[in-house]
Unconditional design. Structure first.
Length: 550
């Protein structure tokens, strides 16, 4: 029995602007896959290097050969340009799918692939790769699980312990085993040289889509969808993934296997991350998901949080700020918590289409532990249409010449896949999503940076603007970078003592912004009063005053 989500819709306070709609202002969209086929690219994940925030890696499901493989790309300039060397080369199985991605504290990336045969799907396993050079090259680290007779391993996600706990560096993989449909977990403390035996996580079968995350004390959390109870559930391991406790209810969902207009499959999966930044909200668990609120008929994105190791959960907050019950769906949410505790949620959004069919990519951020959320930002500059997402039949007259090895068209685990991805550092978000602006599916990334400024056009004389000021909550610092180069944006008290470094990185020429949530370098709330913001870039310098009122 499907249950509607029992909640009252919360009106989200606007953190960035006073209006509820922010279009794709300042966002540039970059195609990440560079193949010339008309094939499908979807199911993206992206992770930022904690030792070099300008280095990010993305992975996605890639059909450029006519059947499932996994592509990868990397950027060394914060997402403004991407390099797509190609596909992972799996010497063990013909097909790969369902890519997952994580990174350790030392900046090594790990990708997990669902590897399987072409015809029956059996046997199969989960194959891990490691990159120690920022995603440029990858080493086959072998299987976390493989060749179990009579079962199909599915929907794996991974997490790495980046804390100072006794389990530092340990990699966890949670997945669903068919056809028992139980949630299982294995872990490795030596980057894939060896793995533990499989451990049962869920108390009951009928489960799918597990997502793992690690808390600041090294506790492993795994959340998933329970199809029998139409609910999201979570469990914990306090000993490095060796044992788990009893399943804990997070909340009911309207439909655990939502199927949307346009043949879009969007399961009500839990997109989970945990604050390990040391901020005031350190240890808080966040889960984003889609559901239908009481009194509504369309799917929205909701957030819940827990300060009690998943035992007690906050009331749901509706994050998308379009009109309630307007018949427009929001779907495919993903969530991340950055190095300062800022939360970023990404999703696909149909608010602009009265037919509830075409979508844009949207995001919102919270700088106060999920209590309030910024006005929704439209990231994509061109809308996508599910009719363009369908695999094109070969037509040489239109330049479509690819012929798949086997016909998997439109039956490939959802028309556009079942998830997208988001990474964030210092509040700078890098979303990746499935986009059809070219008449077929591609992987696109969003980069918030330069506005459209011609090279010979002088930038505005005023380098730094602050709004709102005085500030009662988060305030946005808009600044213009005169030329490509290193930028410093620092906050001082009136005595000249450094309170926080807001920006210290290379940026491209043009307009940028940073949202300050009223915290210092340690994540603590600063007192009311006057603060000085000093901006420096390529010899230019400017200092302005912020008045903060509590």
């Amino acid at each position: 029995m499907n249950r509607f989500l029992a909640l009252s819709v919360v009106t989200v306070m606007v953190g960035l602007l006073l209006s509820g709609l922010v279009l794709a202002q300042g966002w540039e969209n970059i195609r990440i896959n560079d193949d010339q086929t008309q094939e499908l690219q979807n199911e993206q994940q992206v992770v930022v290097n904690p030792t070099n925030p300008l280095n990010l890696v993305a992975v996605w499901r890639d059909f450029r050969l006519g059947y499932r493989q996994v592509g990868y790309g990397f950027t060394n300039d914060g997402g403004f340009t991407w390099t797509n060397p190609g596909l992972f080369v799996d010497p063990h199985y013909q097909r790969d799918s369902d890519p997952a991605l994580t990174v350790n504290a030392e900046g090594d990336f790990f990708a997990m692939l669902l590897a399987y045969t072409g015809d029956t799907g059996l046997p199969n396993g989960m194959l891990m790769y490691r990159s120690t050079d920022g995603g440029q090259t990858w080493e086959d680290r072998g299987f976390a699980i493989d060749g179990v007779p009579g079962v199909f391993e599915d929907k794996e996600f991974i997490a790495c312990d980046r804390t100072g706990s006794p389990f530092h560096g340990r990699i966890y993989m949670a997945w669903t085993r068919f056809y028992t449909t139980d949630i299982l977990c294995v872990s490795s403390g030596d980057e894939g040289d060896t793995w533990t035996s499989e451990r049962l996580v869920s108390d009951n079968s009928g489960t799918q889509f597990p997502t793992p995350a690690v808390g600041p004390d090294g506790t492993l959390y795994v959340a998933w969808t329970d199809f029998n109870d139409d609910a999201l559930k979570i469990d914990r391991s306090f000993d490095g993934g060796l044992t788990f406790g009893n399943d804990i209810m997070v909340n009911f969902v309207a439909n655990p296997s939502a199927y949307l207009n346009g043949d879009i499959s969007s399961p009500a999966h839990p997109a989970m991350d945990i604050d390990i930044s040391g901020s005031n909200y350190n240890g808080r668990i966040y889960i984003a998901y889609l559901s239908i609120a009481n009194g509504s008929s369309d799917y929205d994105i909701f957030i819940q949080s827990s300060d009690f190791q998943g035992v007690i959960w906050s009331a749901p907050i509706r994050v998308n700020d379009d009109d309630f019950n307007n018949g427009r769906d929001q779907f495919h949410p993903w969530l991340t918590v950055d190095n300062n505790g800022a939360i970023t949620v990404i999703w696909l959004d149909r608010r602009h289409d009265p037919s509830n069919l075409r979508w844009h990519c949207y995001l919102s951020q919270s700088f106060d532990g999920g209590l309030t959320w910024s006005a929704n930002q439209q990231v994509s500059t061109v809308e996508s249409d599910p009719n363009d997402a369908k695999k094109q039949a070969p037509d040489p007259g239109k330049g479509i010449t690819s012929v798949p090895v086997m016909d998997e068209a439109d039956t490939r685990a959802g028309l556009i896949g079942e998830y997208i991805g988001i990474a964030c550092w210092d509040g700078h978000a890098t979303p990746v999503w499935t986009d059809t602006r070219n008449g077929h599916q591609d992987t696109y990334g969003g980069w918030m940076g330069a506005t459209a400024v011609e090279d010979d056009e002088p930038l505005a004389t005023t380098m730094l603007r602050i709004f709102p000021n005085p500030a009662l909550g988060p305030t946005t610092l808009h600044f213009a970078v005169p030329v490509d180069g290193w930028v410093s944006l620092k906050l001082f008290d009136v005595a000249g003592r450094l309170v926080r470094t807001l920006v210290d990185r290379k940026l491209r020429r043009g307009s940028h912004q940073f949202v300050w949530n009223g915290t210092d370098q340690t994540g603590g709330r600063v007192a009311s009063g006057a603060y000085l913001v000093r901006f420096e870039a390529s010899g230019a310098q400017e200092t302005r005053t912020i008045i903060l009122r509590r």
